[in-house]
Design a protein around this ligand. Structure first.
Ligand code: SF4
Length: 249
């Protein structure tokens, strides 16, 4: 079912060192579909026409050079490989019309072999592609036994061969600040950019550890990460934006 969601966001220099526009598009559905923390995969349609209709409308909000941005970040309820090809075409046309020079595509590691085709497709218009992958944590026990991420035995080095941005998640029961520190250190060592999402509870998913999240916000680690231009922090539940971090769309 296609949800009524905020699907366009302009990320300004207040919350990130990289000014960019974000769109949240509707996919045909995530074929992995097992991640324990994920509820957004339900925002989908098996109809290409339905996906395209919504996605075209969302992409019409992209302003590119008008707002001084030449980067478009594309997320969806699955991986970029699970958007209709017609939507991929709209993305490329939008980039061309609005002066977007870099498109960021997010997806699961299992689709890594498709990346060169996307690079070539966007490259035909001189648009650079950056691939972003969700690992959530490099602690394999939490990632595979609890989160069911589907990356058994996959190392940071393996992912970095195909993706240059990495997503890390913190705030689930069982996660610790020291593990987060390790995750961030590995992330910065292997990837150009780290997106750190603070976990928000999902139905039937892991519990949120509010104490650990408060501890994070009170820590030197948080203060250091805020100063690091290679890191974006997102917290959907930071309603009053007390921490001046980004909000996921
Ligand atoms: S791969 Fe992505 S969309 Fe699919 S279940 Fe996992 S987090 Fe959700």
């Amino acid at each position: 079912m296609i949800y009524d969601l905020i699907r366009y966001q302009f990320v300004d220099s207040q919350t990130s060192s990289m000014k960019r526009e974000n769109v949240l598009l509707v996919s045909l559905g995530c074929s992995w579909g097992k991640c324990a923390f994920c509820d957004y995969q339900d925002d989908k349609s098996s109809s290409v026409l339905a996906c395209d209709t919504v996605n075209k409308k969302v992409l019409s909000e992209v302003r590119g050079r008008e707002v001084g941005s030449d980067v478009l970040e594309v997320t969806c309820s699955a991986s970029y490989t699970e958007l209709p090809f017609t939507t991929i075409n709209y993305i490329r046309e939008t980039c061309r019309e609005k002066g977007i020079e870099t498109v960021i595509l997010e997806g699961h590691y299992i689709y890594r072999d498709a990346n060169p085709f996307f690079t070539e497709f966007f490259g035909q218009y001189g648009i650079k592609t950056v691939f972003r992958c969700g690992v959530e944590t490099f602690d394999e026990h939490i990632r595979e036994d609890i989160l069911h991420k589907g990356l058994p035995g996959v190392t940071a080095k393996d992912i970095a061969r195909h993706f240059s941005w990495i997503n890390i998640m913190f705030g689930m029961e069982g996660q610790t600040l020291s593990q987060l520190e390790k995750d961030i250190a590995i992330g910065l060592n292997y990837f150009d950019r780290v997106n750190l999402s603070i976990y928000t509870t999902v139905k039937n998913g892991p519990a949120r550890d509010s104490l650990a999240i408060n501890e994070f916000y009170a820590s030197d680690l948080y203060r250091n990460l805020k100063q690091n231009p290679a890191i974006d922090i997102y917290d959907e539940w930071d309603d009053d934006n007390a921490h001046k971090v980004g909000h996921d769309i």
